[in-house]
Design a protein around this ligand. Structure first.
Ligand code: ATP
Length: 679
């Protein structure tokens, strides 16, 4: 809190009230943030800067927050950067007139394209001083690059990058030099533009911290406006809680920031509510090892056990044509139109799935009751066998095309299995007990065989009966059970949380096989013997959201058929990069280097026998390591499937890896030596 008092510090010298925020001012803050690892300091630096923007140029708060988040828009808008290295290197070459070969050499030595760009620009004589970049112009420039489509789009992307880079200031801040070993410091504008293009800001500023910082800034701004006092700790706490709960229900700065500017923090609840059109981040579950553990955890409470369907998480949003006018604004982003209303389907990443499931949207009027005017439904789409009228395994669902599906051409039919409702007829339900939500769910829809069903459940607390339900669920091609609290605050819907109040019991846990992990492919080794023309093994990593680093966790060479290996080679070889990204946390050991490195793009589901500590990997080393830089690694990992529905940032986190490691019974008692690889 005390750091917020420092707002009276002079702002960036070239930044006058009501003038656009200079991009250099934001970059100065970015540089300070990346030089510290202290969470509170990061929070304070962010909050102070946002407070200055609120005071001097409130109209620029939105683009500032988005650039701080490393995004251009809310996830559901589908605007993505993540531009590949080759395009960026081409743009650096063309901007600075330097040979591509030299740029590649620089990249191989320095390893951070942002610094390569800065270095290239420094050596270049400047004919005229370009107009300084502003936060708004950078946001607009990046937006153009991200959204250009169609013929010649690659060329136009390069042009867009060149435009930004040639306007970037490359002068070094006083007394600072480029620290190549740390990938830190150095001239900031070019560096941070490149990082934004790569889709990884790597500031150590987590999404949750940005929410807290904006809340602190707006509280301080509002409180100081009426009466000139500094906010009390209670004000700050209250504002923070309020902001977080609003953001959980409406995760869109585009919706929240204008409301903050207009009505301030204390009116935010009334102005911003959960609404169809803006997907919530889904609630997730914690793994449990046995039904006994479930009973222990939920002792004395009423709970319910639902089938855990094995398909794709989906959030269906709907607004009837005749619904309340208040929804007019919300309707705009919704995609599919039907005779009943406007609807859309979002993935667990808040991506638009309406082009993948037009068949669901087409059939929706048959299962939505006439009295249901608007809703947000949490459900699983599952492949359905029309002949036998049964659920099909997940692999069948994965054979469906992801885009531009025509409802009439669909070969793999899907059935919607609904398990929760978050909004109904104009009212948010997330803060109602699950028992009540489930009643409302049943009241709003009707089952239509093969199109829409309610998730099957049983409410027994008897271990034997739960065991029977579990076995039945497996027979019905489900993964196991989801166990959920029924009453009280604990049963409220917690968006974006992996909650203790939702437990998953999978058949694999019971057989001792443990949970699977979803890991990012960072590198590969060429095959031996029959496999020489393809990659034979791969290096995988988990994700650490607080450092935005991928931490290596295993090498894997098992579970792949020859056909799959060929397919993987075809998709991975075009994204080979010359050296590991600076945000890959991997062993420097000579024998631990894969033959090739990749852009971080693919997530694979992997099963493991168990977890161990190893000096060859870095996963969760900070959390579980014994000080000797050992990370957690997987013993005998086996490839299960590609997880197209997860982006690299949604991979299993280091904390989850640490939890899995600690949950193993042998940890502490019987430390096995590291057995790293099985190829
Ligand atoms: P997993 O690999 O187990 O799906 P995950 O990280 O995607 O892992 P979890 O939190 O482990 O998600 O499990 C919850 C997932 O199970 C949900 O995201 C949803 O897709 C699916 N699911 C199937 N049936 C249900 C149900 N009845 N209630 C809640 N989620 C369900």
């Amino acid at each position: 809190q005390s750091t917020l008092k420092s707002t009276d510090r002079p702002a960036y010298p070239d930044w006058k009230p009501n003038e656009p925020v200079p991009y250099a001012a934001l970059c100065t803050t970015f540089s300070k943030i990346e030089m510290t690892t202290k969470r509170l300091e990061i929070l304070a630096l962010t909050a102070v800067f946002l407070q200055q923007v609120l005071r001097l140029t409130p109209n620029d708060v939105l683009p500032t927050v988005l650039l701080m988040q490393g995004k251009l828009a809310a996830d559901f808008e589908g605007v993505e950067l993540g531009i590949g290295e080759s395009l960026i290197m081409k743009a650096i070459g063309e901007t600075t007139g330097r040979n591509l070969k030299i740029i590649k050499e620089d990249q191989a030595r320095i390893g951070d394209l942002g610094l390569v760009a800065a270095k290239s620009r420094q050596n270049q004589p400047t004919m005229f001083k370009p107009k300084p970049l502003t936060v708004r112009s950078v946001h607009e420039g990046l937006m153009k690059i991200a959204t250009v489509e169609g013929q010649g789009s690659q060329g136009r992307k390069v042009d867009g990058i060149k435009k930004l880079l040639s306007a970037a200031d490359t002068s070094l801040p006083k007394g600072q030099s480029i620290d190549i070993t740390q990938n830190k410091g150095g001239p900031s504008e070019a560096k941070f533009i490149i990082r934004a293009l790569e889709g990884k800001m790597r500031l150590g500023l987590a999404d949750k911290s940005l929410q807290v910082a904006l809340a602190h800034a707006i509280v301080a701004h509002d409180v100081s406006k009426d009466g000139g006092r500094t906010p009390s700790e209670a004000d700050i706490k209250k504002g923070e809680e309020l902001f977080k709960s609003v953001y959980n229900e409406l995760p869109s700065y585009e919706a929240i920031v204008p409301a903050l500017l207009q009505g301030g923090i204390w009116k935010l609840r009334d102005a911003c509510k959960l609404r169809p059109g803006v997907p919530l981040k889904p609630m997730l579950a914690k793994p449990t090892k046995s039904i006994g553990e479930v009973l222990d955890r939920f002792e004395g409470k009423d709970f319910t056990c639902e089938y855990k369907y094995d398909g794709e998480r989906a959030q269906i949003h709907f607004v009837d044509h005749n619904a309340d006018e208040d929804f007019a604004a919300a309707i705009a982003p919704l995609a599919g139109k039907s005779e009943r209303g406007i609807s859309n389907i979002f993935s667990r990443n808040s991506e638009d799935l309406s082009k993948k499931y037009p068949d669901i949207l087409q059939k929706l009027p048959t299962w939505v009751k006439k009295t249901t005017k608007s809703f947000v439904l949490d459900c699983e789409t599952v492949a359905w066998d029309v002949e036998t009228k049964h659920v099909l395994p997940f692999q069948q669902l994965m054979t469906r095309k992801r885009k531009d599906v025509k409802a009439d051409d669909v070969k793999v039919k899907v059935c919607v299995f609904a398990f929760d409702i978050l909004f109904l007829n104009g009212e948010a339900l997330v803060n109602k007990p699950f028992r009540e939500r489930r009643d409302l769910l049943y009241s709003a829809f009707e089952e239509v065989e093969g199109e829409f069903s309610f998730a099957k459940f049983g409410n027994s607390r008897e271990i034997d009966e739960i065991q029977v339900l579990l076995e039945e669920s497996i027979k019905a091609s489900c993964e196991g059970l989801m166990v959920k609290m029924l009453d009280g605050v604990e049963s409220h819907y917690e968006p974006s949380r992996r909650s203790q109040n939702w437990l998953k019991v999978k058949k694999d846990y019971l057989s001792g096989a443990g949970d699977s992990l979803d890991l990012v492919v960072l590198g590969a080794y060429y095959g031996k013997g029959k496999r020489t023309s393809v990659y034979g093994a791969f290096q995988l990593a988990c994700f650490n959201p607080s450092t935005e680093m991928y931490e290596t966790v295993c090498n894997i060479g098992t579970g792949f058929s020859e056909v799959v290996l060929q397919e993987l080679y075809d998709t991975l070889s075009p994204i080979v990069i010359d050296r590991p990204k600076p945000f890959y946390n991997h062993s420097e050991g000579k024998n631990d280097q894969p033959d090739v490195w990749f852009e971080p793009r693919f997530v694979w589901e992997v099963k493991t026998a168990d977890l161990t500590l190893s000096p060859r990997y870095r996963a969760a080393a900070a959390e579980v390591g014994d000080g000797s830089h050992k990370g957690v690694s997987l013993r005998f990992p086996r490839f299960i499937r590609i997880r197209d529905d997860k982006k690299p940032d949604a991979a299993t986190t280091s904390r989850q890896v640490a939890e899995m490691y600690r949950a193993q019974e042998h940890v502490g008692k019987d430390k096995k030596p590291g057995v790293d690889d099985d190829f």
